[in-house]
Design a protein around this ligand. Sequence first.
Ligand code: MG
Length: 109
Amino acid sequence: MVRAEKSIKKRVEGREVMTTLNQDMNLLSFVNDDVWEELGRQREKRGVQRQMNEEWLPILGEEFGEVCQALQKDKAWSKQTDKGDLYAELIQVAAVAMSWAAQVREGKR
Ligand SMILES: [Mg+2]
């Protein structure tokens, strides 16, 4: 007997969204591809980065700040220079965090 697939029900921005675990894993797989693509762009631009934790923090902080900008893009208090693509900014946060995490893991070997 096939077990019923679990589903995740959430209320997002006023509407109910039902996602099955398979759909969620597919989505995460696409997001993962986009993070790898962004990592490739970052490597092309800056090479493999190795720096102090104190140097990583403002880089990640800047990317996080751009996520915050994207969230306030359509608000009355937004600025013209605010980043507008929430998804792209989240992918950049993930890519920077991954690079930093790789360095931390490298140090644990
Ligand atoms: Mg960014």
